[in-house]
Ligand binder design. Structure first.
Ligand code: GLN
Length: 198
């Protein structure tokens, strides 16, 4: 799979449902070309994919009906970098502990997640996280909780002893919404990783 052309990566943002607009703004601010992805044809034109927050059960249905589930699966297996936040993390997980019976996930990172592990909408919260020694404001909205990590998964941040930011190979996942705190550092890290691979 080709890397980004020249110095600018084309990053797709899955836009079937949910909080995709803020991701587009941050990626654009960082100098990447951000493209909304709603079809397999649009996926074919991107170097990497951000999977946003929203409702993973709805996104799962739309991924299947649009033909994107299989297309993304194929790209992930070929090494496409992906960044999943909140519902996006659920969709990338190996195992969804409280998923709907027909809910599918891409098994691109060896984690088990509990979809509403931090409670319901009213239990949403914000907190300061420590990411590589620097504070990062974490916005948790009906956040999924990581309950099991495979040996190949690296923990990049924790909250109360539970991993909330993790990476395995080219796939990074966050329980929280880094696009909502107006802080571009995690997106910048994702782009750096992408440039290093090209
Ligand atoms: N818990 C939600 C789900 O199951 C995700 C919440 C979010 O993305 N803000 O999809």
């Amino acid at each position: 799979m080709g890397g980004p052309v020249g110095a600018v990566a084309t990053v797709g943002v899955l836009a079937l449902q949910g909080a995709f607009a803020a991701h587009v703004d941050l990626l654009t601010e960082l100098g990447a070309t951000a493209r909304l992805v709603k079809t397999p044809e649009q996926l074919a034109g991107v170097d990497a994919l951000v999977m946003p927050g929203g409702e993973s059960t709805t996104m799962s249905k739309l991924l299947v009906s649009s033909g994107l589930f299989d297309a993304i699966d194929t790209r992930l297996r070929a090494g496409m970098p992906a960044f999943g936040t909140c519902a996006g993390m659920i969709l990338l997980a190996t195992e969804v502990l409280d998923g709907r019976p027909d809910q599918r996930s891409l098994a691109a990172i060896d984690i088990a997640v509990r979809r509403n592990g931090y409670g319901r909408q009213v239990d949403s919260f914000e907190t300061e996280l420590d990411v590589a020694g620097a504070p990062f404001h974490g916005v948790f909205i009906r956040a999924p909780k990581l309950e099991r990590l495979g040996p190949g998964v690296e923990v990049l941040a924790e909250h109360d002893g539970v991993p909330v930011l993790a990476r395995q190979g080219a796939v990074t996942v966050a329980s929280f919404h880094p696009e909502l705190s107006g802080d571009p550092r995690l997106h910048a890290q994702f782009l750096d990783h992408l440039y290093q691979r090209s």
